[in-house]
Write a new protein. Sequence first.
Lengths: 228, 204
Amino acid sequence: MKTLEEIQAAIEAAVPGAGVEIVPNPAPSGEHSLRLKPETAVEVATFLRDDGELALDYLSNVTGVDWPDKEIAEKVKVTRAVTKTVDGVEQTAEETVEETRKRVEPGFLEVVYHLFSMARSHGPVVLRMRTGNRSDRVDLPSLTPVWRSAEFQEREIFDLYGVVFKGHPDLRRILMWDGFKDHPMRRDYVAPDDFEYEPTPHDEVLARAQAHRAAQQAAAAAQEGTGQ
Amino acid sequence: MAVDEGLKIELGKQGVFVTTLQELYNWGRRSSVWPMNFGLACCAIEMIATTMARYDLARFGAEVFRPSPRQADMMIISGTVTKKMAPQVVRLYNQMAEPRYVIAMGACAISGGPFKQGYNVLKGIDRYIPVDIHIPGCPPRPEALLEAFMALQKKIDAQPLTGEGRPRHLDADAPGEFPVPAQGEHDLEPAANKNVWTVPVVIR
Ligand code: SF4
């Protein structure tokens, strides 16, 4: 099979301005992926499927990833002018200080496609697409018109992550009911607190369990109050 | 009227059969319990095994799995009840003939089991409908289901026909319809039927 760089070049040649980027994977498996621009994704996908040499005719898996907003603390060296008095004479000197700056990297949702070729028995080629953010710019083009097997999996990603696939023939929730409002696989989803915690929680779970118990006792007390 | 057990056996030896109406009535009821043909998850496979030749639920008169709730009087909750499925389970229970009984089979039906901390699984069907027998296990073996069934038969046998603890079809005050939970924006609404289930307070 072609290397990822060769595939990237082939895409660039077939779809000018495709803007495909290689996303390296630092893990030992080194399964690097191609990041598509949403605007050209359908065109690129069609090329990958129909190209005689690549013939990526089999979409084995579509999945979603949630990347929440990340706060990054960076140490930066800053030079500034300091005025000092040396031997009764005022002097201006440059001084370097280290400063910690925080910046927030905005989060996004990502969709990952794993492609294989049945005709040429090679693969996988991994494609990614990213949304603009996690709240209002969550549209991505659907690849269901290119690979039919994406249909249910894109519906699942829509259901659990909230990515809206434009061009999907039947975009409805698939696992949760229609009136459901949340997206349970997002990192900031809070599940309804309706179960007993394990008897020996610790760390983060202990804090949650304690809050749960306090709420439960309050509820029980309120119930007793109304019952009598 | 109670008959002395010893006297009953003695009379039986002489070819005289003595019984009470209650005993006869309950014998008939417990010997032909018809379960509903309804499986939810992996536990259902064990339920199916129980009905097959090796374990043979037919020995207890419960081999007629009915595909319609109207013809069934026992519901085996055999598996995970998801929040999406829970309203249907309650609706099916409402449609069953009285007197009806429920066996909660396996960890999932009792408490959510391995999926207890999941957002999508009901933490025990007894939040919405009254359960007669709980069987622990993941999954419970067919022998456990047989044991549960025998326990249910004992329970039916012990029900008096009048007064406290009589079967539901003879009790005009017993609730016949259980509210079906609605699928809300974040969870089922209400999260439990207050009349059949209250939050258990764990004493530590
Ligand atoms: S209790 Fe275990 S075997 Fe039964 S439905 Fe749940 S997970 Fe499956």
